[in-house]
Ligand binder design. Structure first.
Ligand code: GLC
Length: 444
């Protein structure tokens, strides 16, 4: 039954109408209506225009080189945390990171301030288990990153885990169960206060934060009594501390009032190949997060990186759905980005330098997610992105009138005829073997 339901949900999501118009108005749910402030609406518009961001998963887990879930693999928490005392990422250089991010054409970065292992990658008064007080490195890497971002006008978003595999006051969920920690004496009140105090530090000490990106809500999705995360008060606190800060939550369920971005993990909105995207497509700005290899945190065995054309196509598909791509890098324990990530970032930047006009500041196009590719729109211009077309005579069932069609490169005229039923048929001379062959239509 579960399988049937899943299949039905996928169908519903794929054919449920493409609400790609950016709608920053109210979200209503269970009688609660949330209306984003003008400051948040401005961030939403800016965010949606950016289209491309870089996710960074970095913590003491990088030292084990097994990904960020290593503490959930049956090892003891009191052994794991000894890594902090040896964490000295000698080659960390925030300016170099930001240079690579900027060079990729990305316009924002989302940094893991505290992941599920409970280690804070910033100076916090709430616990010594942090990069400044708990390691010989003693540098506040988040401070350095925030300053480097400000210099280069890269917007900063912060990932924050709702769940914690170390703290004994966190009410244990379905993960992190076998690491030797006392889980009987949990205390939601002290844990909730701890999180809110840390969020206050994050939103007070590091300049403008454009979004807080939560994760871990799903840790309690198997509870017999629905778990109350008290999100409403937390979201309100964020919006009060920094009125232009957006709230995002990777909870895999429908948007909850107070959220300003809708997240999709490992899938273009409308698809569900990873089995994590059962949520309905909402009207908020959207973001798909994806790994370059298979893991978020640095994993020494995983060198199976997607090639650059695949990553470019992913970005284009997201843009076609009116969504951003948040592409992950898992820095090494020495603080540098892996070489494979650096080369891909550079190549994406080269592609965006040429074709960014068809991606940045566009809306999802009139025709989305087709086997041959997708479209993006800016004003009267519709960009047709041929990602895997196998015919030179391509039917585009458009509602609008087409006045002119040219290749994006070289602006060569492309012949087209009216289709007997609807729209036009493009008559291409060839489809070159490139990541994305773009045809520019002038419409009215
Ligand atoms: C999942 C993983 C987490 C990762 C996140 C990124 O929630 O549990 O480790 O940070 O995805 O999207």
């Amino acid at each position: 039954m579960k399988k049937i339901l899943s299949a039905l949900t996928i169908l519903a999501v794929s054919f449920g109408g493409y609400a790609s118009e950016l709608n920053t108005e109210a979200t209503a749910n269970k009688g609660v209506t949330y209306i984003p402030s003008e400051a948040v609406k401005k961030s939403q518009k800016e965010f949606a225009a950016d289209r491309f961001g870089i996710f960074i998963h970095w913590g003491i887990y990088s030292m084990f080189a097994q990904g960020e879930w290593y503490l959930n693999s049956g090892i003891r928490e009191d052994e794991y945390c000894k890594a902090a005392k040896g964490f000295y990422p000698a080659d960390f250089n925030a300016d170099e990171w930001v240079k690579a991010i900027k060079g990729s054409g990305a316009r924002y970065v989302t940094f893991t301030s505290r992941h599920h292992d409970g280690f804070s990658m910033f100076k916090t008064a709430e616990s010594d288990y942090n990069i400044v007080d708990g390691t010989p490195f003693k540098r506040d890497v988040l401070k350095e990153l925030s300053e480097a971002c400000a210099k280069e006008d890269i917007k900063l978003h912060l990932y924050y885990s709702h769940l914690d595999w170390k703290r004994t006051d966190y009410p244990r969920g379905r993960t992190g169960r076998y690491n030797g920690r006392d889980s009987l004496n949990y205390n939601w009140d002290t844990y909730y206060k701890f999180m809110n105090n840390q969020l206050t530090e994050l939103l007070t000490n590091y300049g403008p934060i454009r979004a807080i990106w939560f994760d871990g809500y799903w840790d309690h999705d198997e509870d017999s009594i629905p778990f109350d995360w008290q999100l409403d008060k937390q979201y309100e606190m964020i919006h009060t501390l920094q009125p232009s800060c957006m709230v995002a939550n990777n909870h895999h369920v429908n948007v909850i009032p107070g959220e300003d971005i809708q997240i999709f993990e490992r899938d273009v909105p409308g698809e569900n190949t990873a089995g994590l995207s059962y949520q309905e497509l909402g009207a908020l700005p959207k973001e798909t997060c994806q790994t370059m290899n298979g893991m978020w945190g640095y994993k020494v065995r995983d060198t199976d990186y997607k090639d650059t054309p695949t990553l470019i196509r992913l970005l284009v598909k997201c843009a076609g759905m009116g969504a951003n791509l948040l592409l992950n890098v898992g820095p090494q324990p020495n603080g540098e980005f892996p070489e494979q990530s650096l080369s891909r970032l550079k190549e994406m930047g080269e592609w965006l330098a040429k074709y960014g006009e068809t991606i940045y500041d566009t809306a999802g196009g009139d025709i989305q997610s087709q086997p041959w590719g997708t479209t993006t729109r800016k004003g009267d211009t519709l960009y047709v992105h041929l990602l895997s077309a196998d015919t030179c005579d391509l039917h585009l069932p458009l509602d609008c009138k087409v006045k002119k069609a040219v290749t994006f490169d070289g602006k060569q005229d492309v012949k087209f005829t009216r289709h007997k039923d609807k729209g036009i048929v493009l008559h291409l001379l060839e489809i070159p073997d490139v990541a994305d062959y773009i045809i520019e239509l002038t419409t009215k």
